[in-house]
Design a protein around this ligand. Structure first.
Ligand SMILES: Nc1ncnc2c1ncn2[C@@H]1O[C@H](COP(=O)(O)OP(=O)(O)OP(=O)(O)O)[C@@H](O)[C@H]1O
Length: 298
């Protein structure tokens, strides 16, 4: 399958200082990709290059086979900035109608777009009266214009409440299912862990890791934790059978490598009559992110 976005050996320097160095990555149709990185890692710079707002210093980027910023690429790409600003005196309907006209599209589809982002009920209210979550939805309605094949979203859920975040990702899931490629930056690790297919970790402009959560977990090879709860009166027996465990009352905690996990589980299974519960806690995306950032001295 031809990727929607292809980035090959991309380097960007500002006055001799590298913001991105030798970055190569591609995003396929229907893929939801999260871009993670500390402040100044190069996320916005990468987005600006993809959108054609600033040129690359070296390397190449193509959007649906076209150069970023070209008329063909602009037709296929939608962008949602972190804090989308709209005219407070316009209603949601007027704002989206205006954008449709600017894009040469039928203004009559505005109502359908606002319905799709859950703003149908407030379409005729002034944007100045909208909450932050509602304004983000206007931004998303704007980004849906023209059925883009690539959506670039800069921290799209910052400042949204948990329900609005969930609704937002549900909408993105629907778009991805229809074949739109999604590239979003975020500092909210837990939510991207659950709602994206692939994660890119940038550090000081370099790509430190890429893959699904499972790929990154395997590659980072971080320890797994096991939390055991003893049946009343058996904690001492379990602690004796598992000397590496740290005991607090009836609770015991163990840490092992990925390679030791199955053997340790077999030993825990032998203790079944004395155990009330066992929980296996794999490394979170936050652990993985910290691991890759530390490797780069962050
Ligand atoms: N126009 C510019 N001129 C000079 N340096 C710049 C310019 N734009 C970005 N930089 C530098 O490039 C590096 C990457 O910045 P960028 O804004 O892409 O980071 P980011 O990952 O988006 O950070 P944040 O999470 O804070 O938004 C930083 O060191 C920044 O200071």
């Amino acid at each position: 399958m031809t990727p929607i976005l292809t980035i090959s050996h991309l380097t960007k320097r500002f006055d001799g200082v590298a913001a991105l160095t030798d970055l190569s990555v591609s995003v396929a149709a229907g893929e939801r990709v999260a871009l993670l990185g500390h402040n100044g890692a190069g996320k916005s710079t990468l987005m600006k290059i993809i959108l054609g707002l600033i040129p690359a210093t070296e390397g190449s980027v193509t959007v649906c086979g076209a150069a970023p910023g070209s008329a063909e690429a602009r037709d296929q790409v939608a962008y949602l900035p972190e804090n989308a600003a709209f005219h407070p005196a316009l209603t949601g309907l007027e704002q989206i109608t205006h954008y449709l006209r600017l894009r040469g599209q039928d203004p009559a589809v505005a109502t359908g777009l606002l319905d799709r982002v859950g703003l149908g009920h407030a379409a005729r209210r002034r944007i100045g009266t909208y909450s932050k979550g509602m304004r983000q939805r206007v931004g998303l309605a704007q980004a849906l214009i023209g059925r883009p094949r690539l959506m670039v979203l800069d921290e799209p859920t910052s400042g949204l409440d948990p329900v609005s975040r969930r609704d937002f990702y549900t909408l993105l899931d629907g778009m991805a299912a229809d074949g739109t490629a999604i590239l979003l930056s975020s500092h909210a690790l837990t939510e991207v862990e659950a709602r994206t297919d692939r994660i890119l970790i940038l550090s000081k402009g370099r790509l430190m890791a890429t893959g699904s959560m499972a790929d990154l977990r395997r590659a980072a090879d971080l320890p797994v934790q096991m939390h055991l709860t003893a049946i009343n009166g058996y904690a001492t027996d379990i602690a004796a059978a598992l000397p590496a465990a740290i005991r607090t009352g009836a609770d015991l905690r163990l840490t092992c490598t990925q390679g030791e996990k199955l053997d340790l589980l077999a030993r825990i299974t032998d203790l079944r009559p004395k155990l009330a519960d066992v929980e296996i806690v794999p490394p979170s995306l936050e652990d993985i992110y910290t691991h890759y950032s530390k490797r780069d001295g962050q």
